[in-house]
Structure formats: C-alpha cells, structure tokens
Design a protein around this ligand. Structure first.
Ligand code: NDP
Length: 275
C-alpha cells in the first residue's frame, strides 16, 4: 500500500505508477484544466488521467509544458475512444492524442470501453504501440471479468491496469480479486461517487478520524490497494484529497465501508452501453 503522495505501485511490466492521480473528466480545456493540474502538482500529485473524449488533452499538454517538473516525473494516462477502436483507427487515435498532448510518449494508454467485436483488435494495436516503445504500459477500462478473459486468451500481453467505476456503493470485489490474481492493477474511476458523499457511515467515520468523508473514502481505496484518480477543480479539495497519508482505518471500519456495497452505478454498465 502506498504511504506517501508520490509513492508508486509496480505494474506487471516493472513500470512504477503513482497510486494517486488527478482525474480531469469534465474539466474544461485551456485554463480550467491547466489550473487544476498546477494545483495538483503543487499538492504533490505526479499522475494525470485524461482521455481523447474529454476534449482537454491540449490543456493537459500545456500544463505539462508550463511546469518545471520534468516530463519523466509525471505519469500521463490517456484512452482510445470507442469510435476509434479497431487496429488501424487505434494507431491513428494514439498519434492524435500524443500530438494534442505535445508528448513523445505516454505512460499508460487504455481501451476506454470494451466495444463489442472490436476490443481484441484494439488491444493488438496497443500491444504493438507498447512493443515499439511509444507507451510505457497498456491497459483497459470498464472491463468485466469476461472481457478480461477474452484479452488474456487472445494475447501474450496482460493488461497492466483495469480502470473501472469503483467506490463504497460499488466495491467491485469480484473484479478486484480477479485482477489481483492476474497481476492487473485496479484503478478506481469516480472514486468519490461523483461527490455523493453524504452517507451516514462515512459522516460518522469522518468525525471519528477528524477527516472529511472524501478522505475516508480515498483512504479506504488505498487500503484495498486500489489506485485512485479523484477529480476536482478546486485547489482546496485537490489538496484535501491528497491528505490521506496521516491516518489509517481500522479493519472494523474497513468492513463497515465494505458493507455499503449495493452494486450502485453512477455510470453505465460495461455490458450495456450504447456509445
Ligand atoms: P469523482 O468520484 O472523482 O468525483 C468528482 C466530483 O466530486 C466532482 O463533482 C468534485 O467537485 C467532487 N469532489 C472532489 N473532491 C471532493 C471533496 N474532497 N469533497 C467533496 N466533493 C469533492 O468523479 P469522476 O467521475 O470525475 O472520476 C474521477 C476520474 O476518473 C475522472 O475525472 C476521470 O479521469 C476518470 N473517469 C474514467 C472513466 C472511464 O470510463 N474510464 C469514467 C469516469 C471517470 P469539484 O470539481 O467541484 O471539486
């Protein structure tokens, strides 16, 4: 488990990935995303999670150019969008993302959603980009166990990461266990339930530990070994979300948060999406 804001976990190919990053979904391109990333870097974050479909890769690139922190100290993730899946289209989409970001390589490139009939070919494109050294690690997002099995059957490269919706109301234990068994790191999107944090158990624990409900939830993820990418555009919350290394949840309190699971999604089910 990571102990410090800049600690990393080792991916299955030996690459070190920060256990905490900033998510930038729905953060406007240009000054909003530049400001959020600058706040995050000041607070010690060293990872950014974007995607082609977020429409803010230009701004992410601008923030990376404007900081004094060297490129190789910041872990940049992007994702291939659904309309660009398939072998050739994925290669083109990767080039376009790099160009918008103004980067010569990515740290992590993910298949954004498991588009039926396409994701195995998309994965083949990612493995070629990886073998060419254009991306340091490759992975998937929104993959159920059966989607992961398709990739494991079809390819000799195991995804390094599976980024899925994961939080106390959808704790993804089955996927977490499968990923752990197969040496795939689980990364939580919407780790804060999109800000819907007003659950009595969380409010009670926040009082006990003198932390905020957001910090309680983020600490719970960390203690489960899950990588987190909370999103905020507010400097004080970006800081707050990184101040989770000075306390530890007891195993009884971990269990109490585990018990909140009700399979509730704030986003679409990967077995049933139409975009
Ligand atoms: P989060 O669970 O990170 O929640 C973000 C919301 O919570 C925002 O409304 C934010 O508001 C609010 N918030 C942030 N910090 C706090 C706090 N300390 N206290 C109270 N409220 C807070 O949701 P996201 O859906 O953005 O998920 C995080 C990241 O995951 C995304 O940004 C993206 O990078 C990735 N993602 C990936 C998906 C995929 O398909 N692979 C799908 C969805 C997300 P404010 O900004 O106003 O502070």
């Amino acid at each position: 488990m990571i102990q410090h804001v800049q600690d990393t976990i080792m991916l299955n190919n030996g690459v070190a990935m920060p256990g905490l990053g900033l998510g930038v979904f729905k953060v406007g391109d240009g000054s909003p995303v530049v400001a959020a990333i600058k706040s995050a870097l000041r607070a010690g974050y060293r990872a950014i999670d974007t995607a082609a479909v977020y429409g803010n890769e230009d701004g992410v690139g601008q923030a990376l150019r404007e900081t004094d922190i060297p490129r190789e100290e910041i872990f940049v993730t992007s994702k291939v969008w659904n309309a660009d899946q398939g072998y050739d289209a994925t290669l083109k989409a990767f080039d376009a993302s790099l160009e918008r970001l103004g980067l010569s390589y990515l740290d992590l490139y993910l298949i954004h959603w498991p588009v039926a009939g396409k994701y195995v070919e998309t994965w083949r494109a990612l493995t070629d980009l990886y073998k060419e050294g254009r991306v340091r690690a490759i992975g998937v997002s929104n993959f159920h166990v059966h989607h992961l099995k398709d990739i494991l059957d079809a390819s000799d490269v195991i995804p390094a990461v599976n980024q899925v919706e994961c939080h106390p109301l959808l704790n993804q234990k089955e996927i977490r266990d499968f990923c752990q068994m197969n040496n795939i790191v689980l990364e939580a999107w919407s780790p804060l339930m999109k800000g819907n944090l007003n659950l009595p158990v969380l409010e009670e624990l926040a009082k006990t530990y003198q932390k905020t409900p957001a910090q309680i939830v983020l600490r719970w993820h960390l203690q489960h070994g899950v990588v987190i990418i909370p999103k905020s555009v507010h400097d004080h919350r970006i800081k707050e979300n990184a101040q989770i290394f000075d306390f530890s949840l007891s195993s009884a309190d971990m269990d109490a948060i585990d018990a909140l699971n009700e399979g509730k999604r704030f986003g679409p089910d990967p077995d049933n999406f139409d975009f």
